[in-house]
Design a protein around this ligand. Structure first.
Ligand SMILES: *Cc1c(COP(=O)(O)O)cnc(C)c1O
Length: 409
């Protein structure tokens, strides 16, 4: 690095900034192996499903501690297929968070069922079980928790609610492959778990891909049927399914990457701990809210998300962008407030914790290959942001700085 060391911190700033995610760093050492594997698929001419997909299904089933894994075209399709297998349709309700990626609710709506949004626990960003309990009624046909950012929802409390209502849990594990709750892997606790291999996920392909995991033999059989238009045997259709197959090239890439997943997850975890320590050292843990660790959970850190107080999030983001530090807002608008769901009748204030999180969250770079220097640079720029807040500004007095949920001194 050519820049001169910063006098205050002593380390060298990264001249090229810090990307939110740099897949090239992950892929460079695997490039030859991936190319060879793709070449072998090309030579077989088997481009859809096939032996590479079977191998990936075995790998993922083992990782998720489930009897079955069923490849499909995307995480969004995995959600759709899981709800189809449970025969969810018009007149049915599914309880899910509003603070999630669109696909979670899109799957419910695509089947003609009604998404019923429950608020989140502000400490975890995941479904608040009490909020879910209040929404259960006879029309409720499933609960769809999301393990957001790589941290499992409270599957103990949600499991109790689902069992007493006699309805299934479907886990959205798109951001949480390898995560655990009370020692159980994400995807192994509900009727089915839905995984995504979108490139930004912890195990990402070179395009779209997804997978379902389940311990239920009947469920697995229905899912295998539904992903191929309900066809069994060839050209005889038992049910109306969809075309949602995982292609062999994606599976080949993912099989090369799979053995690295555990090491990458450990590095994400180490990066999270390093951020925590850097924020504490800079005194920023009393201004920002740092993400929750939990002894009950193995967090897999798909994202490291802080809360920025006092409506400063967007200014902080712009400030970091000036230093070429990549950040993202997951998610700026709860699903209950989306234009396409206007007819569901939600009003501002209906899900206050979701709405507050949408204003405050900021995701920082956390990818496995991120360096300690880069993390120090990110934290240094965040500290500089608070130092540079103009006089007379809401941030000029320390008592305004502190987020109400931040650690008290
Ligand atoms: C990525 C994601 C999905 C959808 O996965 P795709 O493979 O992109 O279709 C669903 N839910 C959540 C929470 C996600 O992060």
């Amino acid at each position: 690095m050519s820049a001169t060391p910063n006098k205050q911190t002593g380390y060298e700033p990264t001249p090229r900034g810090v990307p939110l995610l740099d897949l090239n760093r992950q892929h460079a050492p695997l490039k030859d192996q991936i190319a060879a594997s793709l070449g072998r698929v090309w030579d077989t001419g088997a481009f859809v499903l096939g032996p590479e997909v079977k191998q990936l299904e075995a790998n993922v089933a083992q990782c998720c501690q489930t009897r079955h894994a069923i490849g499909c075209a995307s995480g969004s399709d995995a959600l759709l297929l899981a709800l189809m297998a449970l025969e969810i349709g018009p007149g049915d309700e599914v309880i899910l968070p509003s603070f999630t990626f669109f696909a979670t609710a899109g799957a419910v709506t695509r089947l003609g069922a009604r998404p019923v949004f429950a608020d989140i626990d502000p400490a975890t960003f995941n479904l608040a079980p009490e909020a879910v309990q209040r929404l259960v009624r006879p029309a409720t046909k499933a609960i769809l928790p999301v393990h957001l950012f790589g941290l499992c929802a409270d599957m103990d409390a949600l499991g109790r609610i689902a069992r007493s209502a006699g309805i299934p849990l479907v886990e959205d594990c798109a951001q949480a492959i390898g995560a655990e709750f009370d020692g159980h892997r994400a995807g192994s606790m509900g009727a089915a778990g839905c995984l995504s291999f979108y490139p930004t996920k912890n195990l990402g392909g070179a395009g779209d891909g997804g997978m379902l995991v389940t311990n239920d033999d009947g469920m697995a059989q229905r899912l295998r049927l539904l992903r191929v238009h309900g066809m069994e045997p060839r050209y005889y259709h038992k049910v109306v399914g969809i075309n949602s197959r995982l292609d062999s090239f994606q599976a080949a890439v993912l099989n090369v990457k799979f053995p690295c997943l555990d090491d990458w997850t450990r590095r994400r975890e180490a990066n999270a701990r390093r951020y925590d320590a850097l924020f504490v050292a800079a005194g920023l843990d009393r201004i920002l809210v740092l993400p929750r660790h939990s002894t009950r959970c193995r967090h897999v850190w798909n994202q490291y998300v802080v809360r920025v107080p006092n409506a400063q999030r967007d200014r902080m983001r712009a400030f970091l962008a000036e230093s070429k530090i990549g950040t993202e807002v997951y998610y700026p608008l709860g699903l209950h407030s989306q234009e396409c769901f206007r007819e569901l009748g939600y009003a501002p204030g209906d899900l206050p914790e979701t709405e507050r999180a949408a204003q405050e969250v900021l995701a920082l770079p956390i990818f496995p290959e991120l360096t300690a220097d880069e993390q120090a640079f990110v934290v240094d720029r965040m500290a500089a942001f608070f130092r540079s807040a103009p006089r007379g500004h809401a941030l000029s007095g320390p008592k305004f700085l502190t987020h109400p949920l931040a650690r008290k001194s």
